[in-house]
Ligand binder design. Structure first.
Ligand code: 5GP
Ligand code: ZN
Length: 113
């Protein structure tokens, strides 16, 4: 997808701090962290959000989340974490390429909305 910042990050055309990469996804550090650990899981395939997601993309995303779970310890998330995927204007999504925020590294806010 032309002019999509996360497609460019996934391809390596825009630099990022990549902590993990495979055929399906990259996990990078968020440029504007909102917790001591704030990562983004970005599927390599471009689609905007979970409503636009195909069955095959849903299966790939599930595989990515399973992999994330297996990496929690090496990512410093032994004490727990929160995953969030914003959608649309009420969800305050700012990049229209599906991504999952991974937040942790301290006790997170009790308020989610
Ligand atoms: P959204 O608001 O769409 O849920 O989340 C987009 C996230 O992407 C934000 O947390 C923002 O800080 C992050 N972000 C935007 N541009 C870049 C970038 O160029 N590099 C990295 N690493 N993160 C970015
Ligand atoms: Zn994209």
């Amino acid at each position: 997808m032309e002019n999509c910042i996360f497609c460019k990050i996934a391809k390596g055309d825009i630099p990022s701090t990549k902590l993990y990469e495979d055929n399906d996804m990259v996990i990078i550090k968020d440029i504007n962290p909102q917790a001591p650990i704030h990562l983004l899981l970005i599927p390599k395939e471009h689609y905007a959000n979970i409503i636009d997601m195909s069955e095959a993309q849903a299966q790939t995303l599930a595989k990515c989340l399973k992999k994330l779970g297996s990496m929690a310890s090496e990512l410093g998330l032994d004490n727990g974490f929160r995953i969030v995927s914003n959608k649309g204007s009420d969800g305050r999504q700012s990049v229209d390429h599906l991504h999952v925020h991974i937040l942790g590294g301290h006790p997170l806010s009790e308020v989610m909305g």
